[in-house]
Design a protein around this ligand. Sequence first.
Ligand SMILES: O=C(O)CCC(=O)C(=O)O
Ligand SMILES: [Fe+2]
Length: 334
Amino acid sequence: MSETRTRLPIVDLSLLDGDQADADAFRASLRSATHEFGFFYLVGHGIDRDVRDRLFATAREFFALPDADKFSIEMLASPQFRGYTRFGGEYTDGAIDWREQIDLAAEYEPLGDDPAYLRLDGPNAWPEALPALREVIVDWQRRCNEIGLRLMREWAVSLGAPSDVFDEAFAQRPSTLLKVVRYPGRDESEDQQGVGAHKDPGVLTLLLVEPGKGGLQVDHDGEWIDAPPVDDAFVVNIGELLEFATDGYLKATLHRVVSPSAGSERLSVPFFFNPALSSTMPQITLPPELAAQAPGVTQDPDNVISGTFGENMLKARLRAHPDVAARHHADLLG
Ligand SMILES: O=C(O)CCC(=O)C(=O)O
Ligand SMILES: [Fe+2]
């Protein structure tokens, strides 16, 4: 693996507790980081270290459970793509991701299956053997939701739009999703795709990485740059829908995780802040000076971005989990 250095910008949320000049500086840094890189470190978020330590300790306990307990909540049993995925169960860019994980999402009453993306609504699967997981995750989701909503409002203002322009998409049934992930160590002679190169399909991702664990790489102008964890910081990136909402002014950026070396492991907890399945992200009318720097949305015939979140999400889920797709959604596979 290449040396550990990073060029991603650092954005300090606590500037919002300062005066007007601080808040303006915050918005300028938020906007430029996501225009130039689509990725940044967020510090000053106010979540204590012991909360983060407990999250990782509980994740470690989950992964140490006997296989029978993990398989008792296997995603394969969930038409809504919730629960545990074993090594080799997930694909990115057509190749296996060497990670095991639990997917936990917001839980809503299903509304039917027309359009098909409504099938994604439903219950989570929580392991009976580790009741603390639910408590820790629900608390973490609440904290991330707050930060997510705050960032959305700041982006809106930084782009010259009303601060509440995105609120409606998130007001009812926001489809937040959280993964608890473990990347096993892999020998250098083996395939080292922890997770393959991808863009996140939603709006905003708040990623917490186990301290000291590198492996995340971010595309910048065609070059992979390392994004090792920075003390007390979230790694934040935007997804395809925020690129869509800003005509490409803000960028959804390719990223990947290279497996840790044999004998080690890496835990991470990505939180995906996403609007309601049926919501369409509002298109922001950019001020002329920003519009002049908006290249339009990236066009990829293999990955056409729909403004409706549910369409993007269903497409991403069917691709990533072909076994779940084949068992529960064979009618949708073309
Ligand atoms: O685990 C990580 O560091 C990143 C994971 C990721 O990019 C994803 O799950 O979308
Ligand atoms: Fe990602």
